[in-house]
Design a protein around this ligand. Sequence first.
Ligand code: ADP
Ligand code: MG
Length: 739
Amino acid sequence: KPRKKDVTEKSKSVVESKPAVHVPVDRTPEMQASRQKLPIIGEEQVIMETINENAVIIVCGETGSGKTTQVPQFLYEAGYAHGGGIIGVTEPRRVAAISMSKRVAAEMNLTDREVSYQIRYEGNVTPDTHVKFMTDGVLLKEVQQDFLLLKYSTIIVDEAHERSVYTDILIGLLSRIVPLRAKPPVIKVDSRQYPVTIHFNRRTPDDYLTEAYRKTCKIHQQLAEGGILVFVTGQQEVQTLCRKLKKAFPHHKGQVLPNINLNNYSVEPTDEEAEMEQGDNSDARVFDPPPEGCRLCVVATNVAETSLTIPNIRYVVDTGKTKTKFYDKVTGVSTFRITWTSKASANQRAGRAGRVGPGHCYRLYSSAMFNDNFPQFSPPEITRRPVDDLVLQMKDMSIDKVANFPFPTPPDTDQIKAAETLLVSLGALSEPEKPKTFKAKVAKTAPTSKITALGRAMASFPIAPRYARMLAMGHQQELLPYVIAAVAALSVDQLFVEFQAPADAQNEDEDLKRRIQNINNVKRMWAGTGNSLLLGDLMVLLKAVGACEYEGLSPEFCARYGIRSKAMKEVRKLRTQLTNTVNMALPEVNLCVDPKLTPPTDRQAKLLRQIVATGLADHVARLMPDLPPGVEGDSKKHKHAYQCTELEDPVYIHPTSALYHKDKEYVVYQHIHETSRPYMKGVVAVEAEWLPLLAPYHCTFSKPLEDPPPSWDAETGQVKCHRTSTFGRCGWALPAVCV
Ligand code: ADP
Ligand code: MG
């Protein structure tokens, strides 16, 4: 916990110890020449003088002007890495942290021992590291160990305008670490932006993807050379569009038309940071010039809007759409919705066409649509997702009054309340004390809950609090390797490819349909019988993890079973990290780090179901009875329908789930995602009599029953008796158990 005094001393010492040395960098002549072209180079002196005189500065400039790659080098040359401190740079995305560290190392002619990166699972930081690129989440974790960030001489918060949740919290924390004595100066870097002519569609078409295809073909066939960058909303659309373009312009020699060199370059908006789907070297392909006689065409999602600059783009085709995950703050139900992007990001997209010369941006929507329906900016992420992990981390940093924290945009009080309730129910926070005195009641200061010992243990794991709770429960019966594998698999988004039959159904799609069917059959087979089946989707995940490790994560194997091999690699890394964390905290456990995993036995599967139930105790659903004959109502809506505690309307088990149409009375689910219906994802069957013991927080207990009579536990000296209970908001009657 910081003392005020230290903070001022530290910030002073940083400001006052501005280094006077010049540290030479031995760049190659080619690198030197390409740097010289960047607009920011002309601002070096101004930027460095401002940094030397201020605790905080803001550097503003167009994408591609050189902020990310050059500012760390300015600092390095000015000696900021030679007083014993590191120059730290945070990025909201892992891919940017890695690729930028590589780029800066190459520009400076240094190795990755000196210019390094650290992301959630891996890094190459050494004692010789001078410049360290990391994800914002990594620095946030470091603040918990070292509130004053003494390791660093400078922190660069890159892409601060993107307002990622962790970046927002970092800014709030930094504002406490470095008292802002005056408004930070803003340096604007003028970039050489060529004019971009904006062409609006006269009318806004219904089908933007077909329109994008049409426009891309037209540009390619009729307009002078120069790369085309098309913005669509997701992986599926990238693939559909690329397939159609490849078909229209097959790539072979002797072709009259100019060939098209397609690069699909996309990212799904997941809860995780953005990642490229095309394997690790796809960014290199985008930076390479296209083959002779070819036109570069990049179909991308909004990852290409800012953080990565693709060279030689002259034409931008902008659908104006973006896919965002919406999350209902009250019910927790998530949906992906395709909406208009903001004016700010549409302008960013257009700007991509003016990097090498005058360019054109084709907006596939009308100017009236743009003016009337596009919001000015996108809302920051912190207002769009649950904040339970953030609240736990902040409580672990002794920031108890989360609502008072200087967030750039504070989350809703409802969001914070929901997070605190969940954390109390998981045992991570103590129940807030009720105001005792009249004075306290009048003062209306919200009672604050404090972190518990269990909560501290949970906060040490880099996973969502409910999964951390499962880990804490798993410390028995040699279950830890399974629990670790399970929570790792649950933490990584979309382990299985989510197939959607393409809208333009054609012959080739018969193959796809057959493949989907095969994969679903395999999943059903993997679920097995007995407790294995009841462990449901989690069993499928465990089997998938085990089988992939057995096959050495072979890409062919993954492809055959519809597993995203990239996600599986992430599961492996997360498992290793969690195993190491457990081994460090509990040396007597001494878990094996070999990722091989045999399927759990029936007894283990049953225990795993109980462990999962503790982490998902607020996500219990109960099968709705069929409508009795003769009763009015939508019987189809009732068939296989479940009632959950958050929603009035019924919810369903997804057809790809192992428990689809199995009609188990009680289930827990990972989350509800609404597509054509509200579907529960990650479903595991639980038993009614477990709930009073595993989820007492959600139960209202009866008075002790007389029959059977109370028993006396000789060991603890406690009297135990049977009670019945009702569960949750719906008041489901649970059987009597001894509590
Ligand atoms: P900013 O942060 O201001 O958006 P950057 O520092 O990321 O700008 O980029 C500056 C220039 O360096 C851009 O012109 C970009 O194309 C180039 N660049 C960045 N990464 C690479 C790379 N891996 N290979 C080649 N050029 C790169
Ligand atoms: Mg940048």
